[in-house]
Design a protein around this ligand. Structure first.
Ligand code: GLU
Length: 455
């Protein structure tokens, strides 16, 4: 059931349902229709008060949540978001996306999401630690390595996962893999920090290869990226490694544009400064040597990059939801952009998706976040596997598995779109929007039938 005051959740729900309806799935298998009203209601929602003490000794109160959306495929799995915008509509949309994304990884993980309307920006380390302890005091009783395994998302990185894990361990007298994204010396997986960004690029590698019949790759491609957090940073580094030029990055205050290409050193400066909550504008001033001479970048205050990048081949929205409008999508298509893949969850508005899909016959190809960014949660699944076995795989092993998961996910989206589009689609590239939604849905729905959740 979609409630009228949940616009983000409604958007995610409509995207899934219209993709299914606009295919031959229901005419071939009408029983799948019965799954929709069941799968769209979370199995459980936990809401709790988080009261904690700030540095002045004052009490602050926030609203904490965990949406345990669907456990058909495995323990609930999905990140925690700490951001002032967090509310139930946003967490339900993220949890709903996560169900099908996790299914597309091929691993045994269900879908969930949680978070808090706490704003970590410009808080001291001590405040963040006290907040995380207070948050975990409420959450601890609901999670477990075989029940629900949270991780990071916007506002929750390695530092926060560490504080949350330490609090859980003390409270429960139990050391187990109850969170992923852990530190490398205490149960974390190599490549987890890089996984979402690398994974998006691996997915797009396959899009380029398929669309050009193996004639082209990232080499020489101009790539617009939004965001400058974990996903954007590692997507940028991988694009550069594969011979592409990264022409933009952004944060909530503005964008940096570099026609010559953002350098790995600049990305490193951004990575180091972002943990200290520096904005891109401050970083380019404070790290002047990295951003001068031929490495100069243009800063545009208050703007997203899409209409400022000039000619581009690839766009990777990697900041947050609804960060590409219909008008911006048109500008990207006019600028020659052929491949759009979301590092963020629901990065494109419905209007933007309509523009991309309408241009599929002109070889514009759009990949939704639930497929393109599943590499992060996939390596979280691999972290859980390593924890259960009490082993640590090498970076090469994890990277090889990540690549394999992303390539398989792409093939799954491609073949599923082709299979269920007969007579429904104009010629040209098959819709990865439909392929991702149908493939993820079928896997979850089949398990729900087997469990007797739907009959
Ligand atoms: N927050 C990430 C996502 O949106 C990662 C979730 C996880 O690793 O559990 O997929």
């Amino acid at each position: 059931m979609v409630l009228p005051h949940e616009p983000e959740f409604k958007q995610a729900y409509d995207e899934l349902v219209s993709a299914l309806e606009d295919s031959t799935l229901f005419s071939e298998h009408p029983e799948y229709k019965k799954v929709i009203p069941v799968v769209s209601v979370p199995e459980r929602i936990i809401q709790f008060r988080v009261s904690w003490e700030n540095d002045k000794g004052d009490i602050e109160v926030n609203n904490g949540f965990r949406v345990q959306f669907n456990s058909a495929l495995g323990p609930y799995k999905g990140g925690l978001r700490f951001h002032p915008s967090v509310n139930l509509s946003i967490l339900k949309f993220l949890g709903f996306e996560q169900i099908f994304k996790n299914a597309l990884t091929g691993l045994s993980i269900g879908g969930g999401k949680g978070g808090c309307d706490f704003n970590p920006k410009n808080r001291s380390d001590a405040e963040i630690r006290r907040f995380c302890v207070a948050f975990m005091r409420q959450l601890a009783r609901y999670i477990g390595q075989d029940t629900d395994v949270p991780a990071g998302d916007i506002g929750v990185g390695g530092r926060e996962v560490g504080f949350l894990f330490g609090a859980y361990k003390q409270m429960q007298n139990n050391w187990s893999g109850i969170l992923t994204g852990k530190g490398l010396s205490w149960g974390g997986s190599l490549i987890r920090p890089e996984a979402t960004g690398y994974g998006v690029v691996y997915y797009v590698e396959k899009m380029i290869e398929k669309a050009t019949k193996g004639q082209e790759s990232f080499k020489g491609k101009r790539v617009a990226i939004s965001g400058s957090g974990n996903v954007a940073q590692y997507a940028a580094l991988k694009v550069i490694e594969l011979g592409g030029t990264v022409v933009s990055l952004s944060d909530s205050k503005g964008s940096i544009i570099s026609q010559n290409g953002i350098t790995p050193l600049q990305v490193e400066e951004i990575t180091a400064a972002k943990v200290k909550f520096r904005t891109l504008e401050q970083i380019i001033q404070e790290s002047a040597s990295a951003f001068s001479g031929s490495n100069q970048v243009k800063y545009i205050a208050g703007a997203r990059p899409w209409t400022h990048v000039g000619q581009v081949d690839v766009a990777l929205p990697s900041a947050t939801q609804n960060e590409v409008s219909g008008e911006e999508a048109k500008a990207l298509v006019e600028a020659g952009c052929k491949y759009i893949a979301e590092g963020s969850n629901m990065g494109s508005t419905k209007e933007a998706i309509d523009v991309f899909e309408a241009n599929r016959s002109a070889n514009v190809w759009y990949a939704p976040g639930k497929a393109a960014n599943c590499g992060g949660v996939a390596v979280s699944g691999l972290e859980m596997a390593q924890n259960s076995q009490r082993v640590t795989w090498t970076a090469e092993e994890v990277d090889t598995k990540l690549k394999d998961i992303m390539y398989t996910c792409f093939e799954n989206c491609y073949t599923t779109a082709t299979k269920y589009s007969a007579g429904k689609d104009a010629s040209g590239l098959p819709s990865l929007l439909k392929g991702a939604n149908i493939a993820g849905f079928i896997k979850v729905a089949d398990a729900m039938f087997d469990h007797g959740d739907v009959f």
